[in-house]
Design a binder for this molecule. Structure first.
Ligand code: G6P
Length: 484
């Protein structure tokens, strides 16, 4: 799958390891959960790679050698350390207050700020320096998601030098680096060429229509940032198509269904729908503690139909005005104002509904604002008759896959609605809930059989391997193949 001797480097904003320091100054490491991290971890079990990312909080200089050693030896991870202010502005400020709302069609929630844009460039440059040190001849670097959209361009700059590429490259690189204080890595020693390196990028959110995308003040820079890739991947064909039309309309570049012509080469574009690691759920359901928990839930909810909803607490998840019985809302991005406002609104709404319809024996909404342990989550999925996913926009919702993986015994019904949060759709959601809870067993069994087959086949490992295989097939540019 790889060029001879090459190795795979995956770069994501967050590392898959949560690091804590206790009162005695002792560090503790634990694998984290979450959509992107679980999918990549599933893929990592199929194909080992070096994983580069931000550790999630500030680690003092003196502690870094120890943290680095444990991360590399136990998890094959490499940390990118960022100052608190840069990390905050990069993650909360630019990534989650500008790109995230815009890409999910919420331009009203978008707050553009020059300081945050500077921090985004600083953080991407810092990532580039760390990734550069891990690169070996023939390596494949696979960059993940909207936090790192300038990274492919910066890596090419570090590989080929400021003189590489045409005029656009030189000008854009200079613009990106300008004003990023303390980062002289691009101009100091001439970059050492590493032959045969391929760069890929994958976006885990939607890519919006060009009419929405063009609202972004730095729309050119962000597009150019990823055009230096050999392969750019999206979850759906529509997102890929939106990206291609933005390249034509904003940059005036010639595009084809499979890519964009840019600086004498083709940046390939493809669709690779992500999946989960179904076996981790299926196997976990066979363990005694989970079986016990399922029996407890069944007796607790005996005689009522259970509808489960599992979402990060996020405004894209379509909360307002819907009723679910067991709703898990996983805390997310709690430093961003929009997320804080949403939390108050949801708390108030749940209180109002339970106050109005609840009795001493019966509570219509069981609402939890926390993460659940994996066993508890599996048991909850397994006992639910219906799973309701009501996002207004979602890159690729993996809760739906997890629910199907846990429903072999009950063959519950999945309600997956693209725009269910939009006001005009609410009636249809109510109809869908009614249809789901009254559906006959043979129809449920047939539906579940088809979905289960799909979830098993299109797993996280399948997704990752398809992307890497496709990168392997791409011929490198002339200069690269001569050196390789
Ligand atoms: C969700 C999104 C991903 C994103 C991830 C980041 O899974 O679908 O696109 O990368 O959140 O999570 P974080 O907790 O780091 O904000």
């Amino acid at each position: 799958m790889f060029p001879k001797g090459g190795h795979l480097i995956v770069v994501s904003n967050r590392l898959p390891v949560t690091i804590n320091k206790d009162a005695a100054g002792e560090y503790h490491f634990k694998m984290s959960s979450g959509g992107l991290v679980s999918a990549l971890s599933g893929f990592k079990r199929a194909l080992n790679f070096t994983w580069i990312g931000w550790p999630g909080f500030f680690i003092p200089l003196k502690d870094r050698p120890l943290v680095d050693k444990r991360l590399m030896e136990e998890y094959s991870c490499q940390a990118v350390y960022l100052d608190d202010d840069v990390a905050d502005r990069h993650y909360n400020g630019f990534s989650n207050s500008i790109l995230w709302p815009l890409f999910h069609y919420h331009p009203g929630e978008m707050n553009f700020d020059e300081e945050n844009w500077l921090a985004y460039r600083q953080a991407n440059l810092r990532f580039a320096e760390v990734v550069r040190k891990q690169m070996t001849p023939g390596a494949m670097v696979w960059v993940q998601d909207y936090h790192l959209m300038l990274l492919p361009m910066l890596l090419r700059g570090l590989l080929d030098g400021k003189d590489a590429g045409g005029e656009t490259t030189q000008r854009e690189l200079a613009n990106i680096i300008e004003g990023v204080e303390g980062d002289d890595s691009m101009s100091a020693s001439p970059p050492e060429t590493i032959p045969g390196v391929k760069i890929g990028f994958f976006l885990h959110t939607p890519f919006p229509s060009s009419e929405i995308y063009r609202i972004l003040p730095v729309r050119r820079e962000i597009l150019l940032g990823i055009l230096y890739c050999d392969l750019i991947g999206f979850h759906t064909y529509d997102y890929a198509r939106h990206f291609l039309s933005s390249c034509t309309r904003i940059l005036g570049l010639p595009t084809m269904p499979n890519g964009v012509e840019f600086e004498g080469r083709l940046a390939h574009v493809g669709t690779f729908p992500i999946g989960i690691e179904p076996n981790s759920f299926i196997e976990n359901l066979q363990r005694e503690p989970v079986k016990t928990r399922i029996r407890q839930f069944e007796s607790r909810f005996s005689g009522v139909k259970v509808i489960v909803g599992v979402d990060r607490l996020d405004y894209i998840k379509g909360w307002i005005g819907k009723v679910v019985l067991v709703q898990l809302a996983v805390p997310s991005r709690q430093d961003v104002e929009e997320y804080q406002n949403l939390r108050s609104t949801v708390n108030e709404l749940v209180g109002r509904i339970n106050g109005r319809f609840g009795t001493v024996e019966f509570m219509p909404i069981h609402f939890m604002h926390k993460s659940l342990a994996f066993d508890e989550l599996c048991a909850l999925y397994a006992v639910s008759d219906v799973c309701l996913v009501s996002s207004t926009r979602d890159g690729m919702n993996l809760v739906s896959y997890e629910y199907i993986a846990c429903q072999q015994a009950r063959q519950g019904v999945m309600i997956l609605s693209e725009f269910a949060g939009a006001a005009q759709e609410l009636e249809r959601v109510a109809d869908a809930i009614h249809e789901a809870v009254t559906m006959e067993a043979p129809t449920r069994a047939e539906n579940h059989r088809k979905l289960f087959k799909y979830v098993n086949k299109y797993s996280a490992a399948f997704w990752g391997s398809s992307f890497i295989k496709e990168m392997g097939r791409i011929e490198l540019g002339e200069g690269d193949s001569e050196q390789a």
